[in-house]
Design a protein. Structure first.
Length: 321
């Protein structure tokens, strides 16, 4: 099987692939090339499935004859490189984060940051906002959050897999942003949580919609996921950005798989569905170990129903389990 796209879920897809091959003998070659590139590959049918953190809109799915379904839930966290600042000691709000990325707040000891952190000795050095230089679902999730908390961000920059960044330096992939922040004093960046924990990067607290400052933890991600409205989400595109609740982490998102509704090969399509069926049933502990949140069981059932009704070869369902 071949798949390509989002770097955000790549660690869990690759870990699932190792376990699945041991169990079944069927391998997965997953290219972690970014959501934008993954969408292009599946539009061109050069892979068996595409992977994107940014949900594809209904019109485009119809035009491309694709089924979209969620695979796993993850969270985007903010990371910094500041001498003397330990993990989750720095507090930030959404509007302050937006102003940093708008280039309006340029020094770490700016009053807007200092007022949130009276107990921290903040250095008087320049802030280097670090962002994804490639088309990225992680960017889509992060920019959607900034657009939700800042009217200025919404009107000037907006949310997409690629945006025109007003300030800062680019890195390719979650890996590139993590590396840039790690090697640049004064840098701030955004990555999927596993990339922060794997590289021992300093994460920050963020203020959530309830006004509470929360650290990025699995329970905080789970609290956000629990508030998603799956029942009313068209094409499974349920939002978990800035959901209510005292304990919720504000930048949480599902990540999606794009599968042809009329695949060239029924066998290849069935292999993809068998892989994700196994992941839904048995891949939860692997996901949790990597700080992802497995899909709720009822959502996985909805996905299987969509496979059965939507993925057809010669008018017959490919998925019959």
């Amino acid at each position: 099987m071949t798949g390509a796209g989002a770097t955000f879920p790549a660690p869990v897809y690759q870990a699932w692939a190792v376990a699945y091959k041991e169990k079944t003998g069927t391998g997965l070659n997953y290219q972690s090339i970014g959501s934008g590139a993954g969408q292009t590959q599946i539009f061109n049918r050069t892979v068996d499935f595409g992977a994107s953190d940014a949900p594809v809109d209904s019109a485009k799915l119809a035009q491309q004859n694709l089924l979209q379904f969620p695979a796993v839930i993850g969270s985007v966290v903010t990371i910094v490189n500041l001498d003397g600042v330990e993990a989750n000691k720095l507090k930030l709000t959404g509007p302050v984060l937006a102003d940093i990325y708008l280039g309006k707040i340029t020094k770490w000891d700016d009053k807007a940051i200092a007022d949130l952190n009276p107990g921290l000795k903040l250095p008087s050095i320049g802030i280097v906002p670090t962002y994804r230089s490639d088309g990225s679902g992680t960017t889509y999730v992060f920019a959607t959050y900034l657009a939700d908390v800042s009217a200025e961000w919404k009107s000037k920059v907006g949310a997409a897999t690629s945006v025109s960044w007003p300030a800062g330096a680019g890195g390719k992939g979650n890996e590139g942003v993590a590396g840039t922040v790690k090697n640049t004093k004064g840098a701030i960046g955004y990555v999927e949580y596993i990339y922060a924990s794997a590289n021992n990067l300093v994460t920050t607290e963020l203020q959530n919609k309830a006004g509470k400052f929360v650290s990025p933890t699995v329970p905080a991600f789970q609290a956000a996921a629990a508030n998603a409205d799956w029942a009313n989400a068209k094409d499974f595109a349920a939002s978990m950005i800035n959901t209510p609740g005292d304990a919720t982490w504000p930048i949480t998102s599902a990540t999606f798989i794009l599968l042809p509704k009329q695949p060239k090969s029924a066998e290849q399509a069935k292999d993809v569905m068998k892989f994700f069926d196994w992941a839904f049933e048995h891949g939860g502990p692997i996901a949790e170990k990597l700080h992802y949140i497995p899909l709720p069981k009822d959502v996985a059932e909805r996905v299987r129903a969509a496979w059965k009704s939507d993925v057809l070869v010669d008018g017959k369902p490919v998925w019959s389990n």
